[in-house]
Design a protein around this ligand. Structure first.
Ligand code: AGP
Length: 623
């Protein structure tokens, strides 16, 4: 996912852009660049493939004094990750400078038309097409059907509008024009973009993390909206040139939430802060006395929700794993038919959404393209669409009819950890409350909610075993393939454990329901393939012990996550990690923690970049 930071004010822009881009590094990128509007007469561009530190080598010291500039970290979608294709891009006339996050779907058609009109291109990117398109309308002063452009600097805004009317796709853009040095434009459609409003200074960014040290006041642009910044202030309108009133919103994350706070990696910090953030996620939402749950964002929708004939949970990756837990909870506790769907599949398979279907999108970032597309499809089909999202003001949060925020603070590490635990917590609260409005007894709900509020303390007890879990990772570090196995509520945790190991330690791993092993994968068992079993006290405990024995009988090594005090499991395990007891439905919030730590330690021991694993981005805003 690309990162955008732009500055317009009275301070030197260069260091502000560089520090802002560094706060976006976690999103994953392969090149970086900044453009400065030098003494308001020319653009100076510094860009390179590789890390921001490589770009910093190109920057002048002392810093270029320009007070207006735009910066970008690129995650390549069109065109190789190299210096030429890095942003910012300048159009063929040299007057327009752009950074872009998103995908221009019809860029090839537009490129051919612009070339016929005499435009030249230097890169393979879709971004240069939109840059030249703006430059074309700005230089030619007329629309495609010959209408004259306005004469003054509104011509800059007008040219941006004309260009974007020709574009299909998604974009977050920050744009400068050499003839209008006292203006900067931001436009949003399908990729996040906010305007930070400071003291006589403005910052446009794709993520609040990049601007929060300068201002905590922001406006979140909606799709199809643009903001023009000048020394007289800012104004917002649609790309169709209709004025739009936008309210200033307080940015909810603080700088220290973003900083590492003494941890070695963001992932390590986010695993460790799960007790605290789960407490925040649950805070004020559980009424133990009446065994009820208060989810403010859904209050107006509970009536329809309770009557739902079917609930479809749609998500990607880790969020999809949480969705499976949610499916089991909704069916078991609320007795509402539920199913979970990969958003990437759901959006293309022309699903049947009959009357009474509710769709729930789960997304940490709230910007995942496939999940957003699934939301939009469900809305088009008339379903009620809810969101379980972490990032406040994100596109999915603003596109759904209502939802529940995770409240776990920014998740910076690419490997999702605290978001998963909180997603399960929110799904548990939702299932219990729906159950209470249907047939779930007071006692059953009371037992569940009392266990739920103890989760933070219980996670702490698991975190204390981090060094021991590191030894297990060390002992199996050379094994090229791992199996993760669980049953019932712990089956999706097995999938999650495999994903964690794969995505940061690059060790191949496969998760599956433990009973599925005998339908093929058991052929793989050897002492070179660690089998991680989640064998906590649950309704299928005896069955999973049988699965463990099947593996050991064939010489397989077993790493077992078991319930504290369960000594009978010892003969079946080469390594045991104990977790506190808790009701079955909530076990995923505990059993996932040892697997997060296993993956984290394996990756660190292998010397990999835990927070920015190769080929991955924190939020996949492209298909
Ligand atoms: C999980 O560790 C990965 N980072 C990835 O699978 C992620 O969960 C997925 O891309 C969904 O992201 P979202 O929750 O922001 O929509």
């Amino acid at each position: 996912m690309c990162g955008i930071v732009a500055y317009f004010g009275q301070k030197t822009a260069q260091p502000i852009l560089v520090e802002g881009l560094k706060r976006l590094e976690y999103r994953g990128y392969d090149s970086a660049g900044v453009a400065l509007l030098d003494n308001k007469k020319s653009f100076t561009v510094y860009k390179t493939s590789g890390r921001i530190s490589a770009m910093e080598e190109l920057l002048p010291r002392p810093a270029n004094p320009a007070t207006v500039g735009i910066g970008h970290t690129r995650w390549a979608t069109h065109g190789k990750p190299n210096t030429t294709n890095a942003h910012p891009h300048i159009d063929y006339t040299g007057k327009i400078c752009v950074v872009h996050n998103g995908i221009i779907e019809n860029y090839e058609t537009l490129r051919k038309w612009l070339q016929k009109e005499g435009c030249t291109f230097r890169t393979e990117t879709d971004t240069e097409v939109v840059t030249n398109l703006i430059g074309y309308f700005y230089a030619n002063n007329k629309t495609k059907d010959g209408k004259q452009a306005p004469k003054d600097c509104h011509r800059f805004e007008w040219a941006v509008q004309q260009a974007l009317n020709e574009v299909y796709g998604t974009y977050g853009l920050a744009i400068l024009c050499l003839d209008c040095p006292d203006m900067m434009i931001g436009v949003k459609k399908g990729s996040p973009l906010i305007l930070g409003v400071g003291e006589n200074e403005y910052l446009i960014a794709s993520d609040a993390a990049a601007i929060v040290e300068h201002t905590t006041q922001a406006i979140y642009l909606a799709d199809g909206e643009m903001v023009t910044v000048s020394k007289d202030g800012f104004h917002t309108k649609t790309i169709g040139d209709q004025d739009v009133q936008k309210e200033l919103t307080a940015i909810e994350i603080s700088l220290d939430q973003i900083e590492l706070e003494g941890f070695r990696h963001y992932m390590q910090k986010e695993i460790a802060e799960q007790p605290k953030v789960v407490e925040t996620c649950l805070g004020g939402r559980i009424d133990l006395k009446n065994t009820r749950v208060i989810l403010g964002g859904l209050q107006k929708h509970f009536r329809e929700l309770t009557r739902a004939k079917r609930i479809i949970l749609t998500a990607c990756g880790t969020a999809w794993h949480a969705g499976i837990v949610g499916e089991f909870m909704l069916e078991q506790l609320a007795r509402i038919p539920a199913e979970v769907e990969y958003a990437s599949e759901f959006r293309y398979r022309n699903p049947i959404l009959e009357e009474g279907t509710v769709v729930i999108a789960i997304s940490q970032s709230g910007e995942t393209a496939d999940t957003l597309a699934a939301v939009e499809l469900a809305k088009e089909r008339g379903a009620m669409v809810l969101g379980i999202v972490n990032v406040v003001g994100s596109t999915i949060a603003r596109t759904t009819d209502a939802g529940v925020y995770l409240r776990v603070g920014p998740e910076i590490g690419v490997a999702s950890t605290k978001a998963f635990t909180a997603q399960v917590a929110v799904l548990a609260m939702l299932a219990i409350e729906l159950g209470r409005r249907k047939h779930l007894s007071f006692d059953a709900a009371s037992h569940l909610l009392n266990d739920l509020v103890q989760v933070p303390q219980k996670i702490k007890r698991i975190l204390d075993q981090s060094d021991y879990i590191k030894q297990i990772a060390q002992a199996n570090l050379d094994k090229p393939n791992w199996l993760f196995l669980g049953r019932g509520f712990n089956y999706p945790v097995a999938l999650e454990g495999a994903l964690k190991l794969k995505e940061i330690s690059y060790i191949h791993a496969e998760g599956m329901p433990a009973a599925e092993m005998k339908h093929g994968p058991i052929a793989l068992i050897s002492d070179q393939m660690p089998a991680v079993f989640i064998a906590t006290r649950c309704s299928q405990y005896e069955k999973i012990i049988g699965n463990i024995q099947e593996v050991r009988a064939r010489g397989g090594k077993t790493i077992v996550v078991a319930t504290e005090g369960d000594d009978s499991i010892r003969p079946h395990a080469d390594h045991i990690i104990y977790v506190p007891d808790i009701c079955e439905q909530l076990q995923p919030m505990l059993t996932v923690v040892p697997l997060q730590l296993l993956a984290y330690h394996a990756a660190v021991l292998k010397g990999f970049d835990v927070d920015k694993p190769r080929n991955l981005a924190k939020s996949v805003t492209v298909e």
